[in-house]
Design a protein around this ligand. Structure first.
Ligand code: ZN
Length: 185
C-alpha cells in the first residue's frame, strides 16, 4: 500500500515561544522525533506533505476561526519550525506544500486530488494540535477512505488531555494505528 506522510502546522506561530498561539515547550519537545522521521522519509524516498495554516489578514475576518483565535500564521508565522538543512537532498517531487486556511488539510486544498493522482492509500500523520488540525484532518481522511497511522510522539495537543482524547478517537473511532516514533523507525 502506497503511503504519504503529512506534517501538520509545525510552524512558528504554534511552536516558537513568541508565536501567536504557541504550545511552547510541549510543542518544541516533539521536534527531535519529527526530525528523525523526516530523515527516514529521505532515506526511504517517501512522500511528505507539509500542511500549514496560512491566513491572510483581510480574508481572516471572514473565517470562523477569527471569532475564536487571533490572527495567526500570517506570513512569517506560517514558516516551518524545522531547520531547512533537515530537508537537504530531499527530491523536489517528494515534498509538497499544502497551504490551508481551515483546521483540516483537506478543506479547500489540492491535498485529496494530489494524493489520488499518486495512488496513495495510507496517511501517516504528525504535527499539531493533535486535538484540532490533526484531528480534523484525520476525520476527513477517514471519510475519504484513507487508512490512517498517527505517530503519537510526533504530535502535541492544545492540552495534554486533548492530546489523549484525540489519540483515543483516532484509534477507537477512525480505526487508526497509533505508533511511537521509536516503533515506526
Ligand atoms: Zn488557523
Amino acid at each position: 500500500m502506497k503511503s504519504a506522510y503529512l506534517l501538520i502546522d509545525y510552524v512558528y506561530d504554534f511552536i516558537d515561544d513568541k508565536g501567536v498561539l504557541s504550545l511552547s515547550e510541549r510543542g518544541q519537545s516533539i521536534q527531535p522525533n519529527i526530525i528523525k522521521i523526516i530523515k527516514k522519509i529521505k532515506e526511504d524516498e517517501g512522500i511528505l506533505y507539509l500542511c500549514n495554516d496560512n491566513h491572510e489578514k483581510d480574508s481572516y475576518t471572514y473565517s470562523p476561526e477569527s471569532k475564536l483565535f487571533p490572527l495567526h500564521c500570517n506570513r512569517e508565522g506560517s514558516k516551518l519550525y524545522i531547520d531547512q538543512d533537515v530537508f537537504n537532498n530531499i527530491k523536489p517531487n517528494k515534498t509538497m506544500n499544502i497551504s490551508k486556511t481551515m483546521y483540516s488539510a483537506f478543506n479547500g486544498t489540492m491535498l485529496n486530488l494530489t494524493l489520488k493522482q499518486q495512488q496513495i492509500e495510507e496517511l501517516v500523520l504528525m504535527g499539531v494540535c493533535t486535538d484540532i488540525c490533526v484531528l480534523h484532518t484525520a476525520i476527513d481522511a477517514y471519510n475519504l477512505g484513507y487508512k490512517i497511522t498517527v505517530i503519537s510522539d510526533c504530535c502535541c495537543g492544545l492540552t495534554q488531555e486533548g492530546h489523549q482524547f484525540a489519540l483515543n478517537h483516532f484509534k477507537n473511532t477512525l480505526g487508526a494505528r497509533i505508533v511511537t516514533s521509536k516503533e515506526w523507525l
